[in-house]
Design a protein around this ligand. Structure first.
Ligand code: ATP
Ligand code: MG
Length: 568
């Protein structure tokens, strides 16, 4: 049983409708079994999350439903144990639990081999000695039929002997393959005698060196589904043309009950690459620090960046499941993220680029503690106390020597409110004589403004965040932008590497955060007032916190939405 009951149900879609109809109609005795079948050759990304939410979601929504996590580990060349571990972790983090239903296609190697022999005995498969290149040339094109292999008419006996010798390791890698005997003139190229076994001397992460022949995806996948009693085998649209082959194997081998393949449109996201192969290249070539680099669209990277599973599930529900390919705007993902963080994140103060402020009329050596509400969206989040003293830091950007119109922050002679504290007025700016740069502001404060207004009823337009210089903790802050500068990285003839955004990471090593943040832990989500949502990075060490910016506050999706509505 899946233990995913704390997750609210997703909106329906054409696949959910099929499943409900099949189940109500008594198909498969009303059983519902789906699977999520990653190949353990990379970390899961946000595209996989869509498939996980769909498959595990359907299992959860239907009485007695199960979803298997099956590692499609038929290609030993690219698979690793590290990926298996990360996939199990990431599925769990997203909020889904396969329970005891974790399987490996490699668990079925013996049975798959048996099915291959059965096809041979029944004259439905043959050993072919053509090279890969020759097979490709024989295959024909969409407009031309293929040509039969000269080995197509070997007897079942001869094929069985050769196939067993393939398995016994008597032939070199690539010397022979086993092919299904279907139809070299089939309009669907997948049916032109596809390869179902190849020779590959490669150590497998689970079966070691027991096999030197490995089944191809199309053969292994449908049979793994059938062996596990999967009822609905949900995959992305690029497998639509493989469905006749999926059905061909199951029809010939007459395995009951029969799983049904249903295709849906994969997730494409602007400014994002969703291909494990391409993501692996970014890792291997050092364009990112690893699979969990916070700029990566992997679940591991997004987790480190501060994404919540709720935000990702909500995003998957929002985009829905359709049969037509499209590109989803990254702004929508960030919109879902902000919606979730807004509810859960405490508001705290951090100054990213500090400018020193001295309050000339505040006593030296004194510190007072002011009460601050943690989260106005959540009364249960309580309050905390923040120190205020003579020396503070504010954000460099919040001061201009020559403020333009509508700049409601600080300038010479101007007054602003400090959040949770007093009004301060800038008496003068101290500049570095060499660079002309402002290095300090000399200010005064009005003790009567603690309540948020002047005793004389005067108001100010700007409210700034700040920290007390002595008590604040120095921190490193990592600001992220999209990894790619182009909305469609690697489109056309380009490689994604050519579209990298040189400004995707900015490190601020001199930030100051309020003292309570010294203890923040990875997994905590905090809104730095006026700047964005942040989370501590695992690179933090005691006394030296490192924060990742999860997402800035500005919501470009809300703007896009408004524009769309106003254009109607
Ligand atoms: P990639 O192209 O990243 O290597 P893949 O399809 O080769 O992806 P698999 O490990 O085979 O990776 O994927 C496991 C499951 O996740 C498959 O059922 C696949 O259809 C689904 N999946 C992969 N990418 C996406 C995506 N962008 N949107 C939705 N589902 C996806
Ligand atoms: Mg795949």
């Amino acid at each position: 049983m899946n233990n995913n009951s704390d997750i609210s149900p997703s909106p329906s879609d054409f696949i959910r409708e099929i499943v409900v109809r099949d189940s109500a109609g008594g198909k498969n005795d009303g059983r519902v079994a789906t699977r999520f079948p990653p190949e353990p050759n990379g970390y899961l990304h946000i595209g996989h999350a869509k498939s996980i939410c769909l498959n595990f979601g359907i299992a959860r929504e239907n009485p007695g439903g199960v979803c298997h996590l099956r590692f499609d580990d038929t290609n030993p060349a690219k698979e690793e144990e590290e990926y298996v571990r990360s996939i199990v972790e990431d599925v769990g983090w997203l909020g889904f639990d396969p329970g005891e239903h974790i399987y490996y296609a490699s668990d079925y190697f013996d049975r798959l081999y048996g099915y291959a022999e059965e096809l041979i005995r029944r004259g439905l498969a043959y050993v072919c000695d053509l090279s890969q290149e020759e097979i490709r040339r024989h295959r024909g094109t969409l407009t031309e039929p293929g040509r039969d292999s000269p080995f197509r008419n070997r007897t079942a006996k001869e094929n069985l002997g050769l196939f067993r010798r393939m398995r016994a390791g008597e032939f070199a890698d690539g010397a022979r393959v086993l092919r299904a005997k279907i139809d070299m003139a089939a309009p669907n190229l997948n049916l032109r005698d596809p390869t179902i076994y190849r020779i590959r001397r490669q150590t497998h992460h689970r079966t070691g060196d027991s096999w030197c022949i490995y089944p191809m995806y199309d053969f292994a996948h449908c049979l793994s589904d059938a062996i596990e009693g999967i009822t609905h085998s949900i995959c992305t649209l690029e497998f639509e043309n493989n469905r006749p082959l999926y059905d061909w194997f199951l029809d010939r081998l007459e395995i009951e009950p029969r799983p049904r393949q249903i295709e849906f449109a994969r997730l494409n996201l602007s400014y994002t690459v969703l291909s494990k192969r391409k993501l692996l290249r970014l890792v291997e070539n050092g364009f990112v620090t690893g699979w969990d680099d916070p700029r990566m669209p992997t679940l591991a990277g997004m987790r480190r960046r501060g994404y919540t599973p709720e935000a990702i599930r909500n995003f998957c529900d929002t985009i829905g499941v359709a049969k037509r390919d499209s590109v989803v705007d990254l702004a929508l993902l960030e919109h879902c993220l902000r919606g979730d963080l807004n509810r859960r994140a405490n508001r705290m103060m951090a100054v990213l680029r500090p400018l020193k402020v001295t309050i000339e009329n505040y006593p030296e050596g004194k510190a007072e503690y002011l009460e601050a509400v943690n989260n106005p969206e959540d009364p249960g989040a309580g309050t905390r106390e923040i120190p205020f003293s003579r020396e503070l830091y504010i954000e460099e950007d919040d001061f201009r020597l020559d403020p333009p119109k509508k700049f409601f922050r600080l300038g010479p002679g101007r007054e602003v409110r400090l959040k949770h504290a007093y009004f301060i007025k800038c008496e003068r700016a101290v500049t570095d004589p060499d660079t002309g740069k402002v290095v300090e502001l000399r200010c005064t404060y009005d003790p009567a403004t603690k309540s948020g207004a002047g005793a004389d009823g005067r108001k100010v337009k700007g409210t700034l965040h700040w920290v007390s210089a002595k008590e604040a903790v120095k921190a490193e802050v990592r600001l992220y932008d999209t990894l790619f500068a182009d909305p469609a990285p690697g489109a056309g003839d380009r490689e994604p590497e050519e579209d990298l955004n040189p400004g995707s990471l900015e490190i601020l090593s001199n930030a100051r955060v309020e003292p309570a943040l010294a203890e923040a832990q990875p997994g905590d989500r905090i809104q730095f007032l006026r700047t964005g949502y942040f989370t501590p990075d695992p690179d933090s060490s005691p006394g030296k916190p490192v924060f990742n910016r999860t997402v800035p506050l500005r919501d470009s999706w809300a703007k896009i939405e408004k524009k769309v509505i106003s254009n109607r």
